[in-house]
Structure formats: C-alpha cells, structure tokens
Design a protein around this ligand. Structure first.
Ligand code: PMP
Length: 354
C-alpha cells in the first residue's frame, strides 16, 4: 500500500484507521447488507449515525445543551449567505473582521443582502486589536485563514453581540470555549470528513431568530427542528464525521490532538525561523498551527521545491493560486511522521539549493 504524505488544504488527509473502517463497512454496514450510502436517511440505523456524530461532537467540543448541532449542505460557502439572512433582522447591521481571503468572501456575500460593516480590516493594523461592534446583529470572524496561514490566538470579546466564527480550517484542532460563540461553522473537508457538508453549531436563541422572508430551506430552524434530516442530507459525509470523531475520541480528545498539532507546527516553524533560506509569511503571534505558509527566494525555486517534494512522496505543498508560495496544511490527520519527513526534505533541499 502506498500512502503519500498529504499536505492538501482541503479536501485533505483523513486518518488511515477511519478510511480502513469505512472500507471494511462499505459493502455491508453493521449487518444491514448494504452500505451507508444506500440506506434511507429515515432508517433507524442512519438516524443512529446522525445522533452518534452529534453526540461525539458535543462530547469533544463540550457543546452546551442550549446549542444546536447541524449538518448542512452547501459547504462553508453557503453559510456566508445563510447566517446574514437569518441573524440580521430588518434595519440591523452585520459586523465583520477582515483577516484575508475567506473573511472577505463572507463580507462580499453579506453585502448582497443587507447592511454590512467591516469594523476591522487586517491590512492596516495586523490583527492585533479586538474591535467592539456595539449594536451590530453579530460580529463575524474567520478564526483561521486557510490561504494566509494566520489565526486568532484568542478571540475578541464582543459583549452582548454574538460572535460568529468560520472555523473551516481549524475546527476541532484546539480547545475552544463554545460558550464564547453564537455560531461556529466549518466546511467538513479539512479536519472532520469529506467535502459537501458544513458543520454548524449555533446557540438556540439564534436558531430561533429569523425574518419571515427567508426561504424555508435557508432557515436554521428548519434544519434544527428536523435534526438535519429536513431533506436528504449528505449521508456519507455525516457517517464519515462520525468515524473521524470516533477516532478523535480514541486519540484522547481535542486536548491531546491540540498538543500533537502544536508540536507539529512548532517543529515546522522552527525550521522556517532557523534560516534565511525560508521566509515565513505570518507574523509569529498570528501563526496558524494548521496552515503553515512560507516563501523561497524566487517563484522558480518554489516550483522546484513543490516538484521535488512530490517526487519524494509529499503532495499539496503549493500555496493557494491567489498568493503563491508554499503551504503545508497539517491538519489533525496529518501524522507527525509526515511533518518530520517534510522537515528532513527541507534541510536536504536547502543544502542543495541554499
Ligand atoms: N472558509 C474557509 C476558511 C475555507 O478555507 C474554505 C475552503 N477552503 C471555505 C470557507 C469554503 O468552504 P467550502 O468549499 O466548504 O464552501
């Protein structure tokens, strides 16, 4: 079996034990004589999977009872459109922090349907201060920018204004206090499963908040009332989230995974800081532990790095097409051994091209 070291930004690496279990259960899930993909979403056996996935997430993240957990289609991108429609009541403004590519996509979408204020733009002050969005319907942040490789170390205190966070590229990679958020959402395809669904964790009083004009399918309440089974959901995706979260519990939960993640990232940043051959993109206090981005002296050298790394069994290291450079996405499922392989390759590459 040839498994490469997968540094893709998303869809991304999944834990090998999860893939093996899905493979083993593919033809005949738990004695049902069919795969999960072939089952009715109303079957008891599938409803049990939804409940188990939700229960695992509640346990792993410590999600309080007054929050709903939803599995929705449309990825994180649909959320950019959906939460402003639901949470911004007539006359209200949605407040946004702009930290980069994904935060600005959320802003662009919100502007299409109502009042949108960018209360903070990272370009000016390097994301060092937390804004107070008094009177806004919510404040939205992208807690980890997948493309720029920066993250919020701590989160802004928004007082009574609900804090909403796009955690697509860092969901369940570190301990967060769910209570600090009105809503947390994430496309599944980085840390918790395959593409094609978004995990939404939302305080129930916000689930209930929705103008009459919003189409039924785009209301959180619709999906909360039906336990994510209002229409035919991404059954395979939910099943995978269940398997990945089982695996996370086996690993010792988020605190243990966070420790491993921090060690992986620290090892990589130490290499980047250790020589002027590499130029890390993010400032130290904002560094993501999921998406590590750096530059080399020229684009030619970066291309060569990506090409040689691929030949050495490492994929996905090319930076996002909008910014270039190198990016190693080291999500939960990327083993420490792959980070070590990358580091070894980097030192060899520097010796040959430095
Ligand atoms: N937010 C962030 C931070 C992302 O990284 C991405 C995808 N890379 C998205 C949103 C969009 O997610 P999706 O493709 O699931 O719509």
């Amino acid at each position: 079996m040839a498994r490469i070291c997968n540094f893709n930004a998303g869809p991304a690496a999944l834990p090998l034990p999860v893939l093996e279990r899905a493979q083993a259960e593919m033809i005949d899930y738990a004695g049902h004589g069919m795969s999960v993909m072939e089952m009715s979403h109303r079957a008891k056996s599938f409803m049990a999977i939804v409940e188990q996935a939700e229960g695992n997430i509640r346990q792993l993240m410590g999600v309080p009872d007054d929050y709903d957990i939803l599995f929705l289609q449309g990825g994180a991108s649909l959320q950019f459109a959906m939460f402003p429609l639901n949470l911004r009541l007539p006359g209200q403004t949605g407040a946004y922090v702009n930290t980069g590519s994904w935060a600005s996509k959320a802003i662009k979408e919100a502007k299409l349907t109502g009042e949108t204020a960018v209360v903070w733009d990272g370009k000016a002050e390097n994301y060092t201060r937390a804004p107070r969005p008094d009177g806004a319907a919510y404040l939205h942040i992208c807690s980890n920018e997948t493309i720029g490789g920066i993250r919020f170390g701590d989160f802004p205190d928004t007082g009574d204004v609900p804090l909403l966070a796009d955690m697509s590229s860092e969901i369940m990679s570190r301990v967060v206090n769910v209570r600090r958020f009105g809503m947390i959402y994430a496309g599944a395809q980085k840390n918790i499963g395959p593409s094609g669904l978004a995990l939404v964790i939302m305080r129930k009083n916000l689930v209930a908040r929705c103008p009459e004009s919003v189409p039924v399918f785009l209301r959180y309440a619709t999906h909360a009332e039906e336990h994510s089974l209002y229409n035919t959901p991404n059954t395979w995706g939910i099943y995978f989230i269940k398997l990945v979260t089982d695996w996370m519990l086996d690993q010792g939960g988020i605190p243990a995974i966070q420790q491993t993640n921090e060690a992986k990232a620290a090892a990589l940043y130490a290499v980047l800081d250790g020589s002027r051959f590499w130029t890390p993109v993010a400032q130290p206090e904002s560094r993501s532990i999921m998406n590590v981005c750096w530059r080399l002296a020229s684009e030619d050298l970066e291309d060569l790095f990506v090409k040689e790394a691929k030949a050495a069994g490492m994929e996905g290291l090319k930076g996002h097409r909008s910014v270039g450079g190198i990016r190693a996405s080291i999500y939960n499922a990327v083993p420490r051994a792959c980070v070590d392989t990358l580091i070894e390759f980097m030192s060899d590459f520097e010796r040959r091209h430095g």
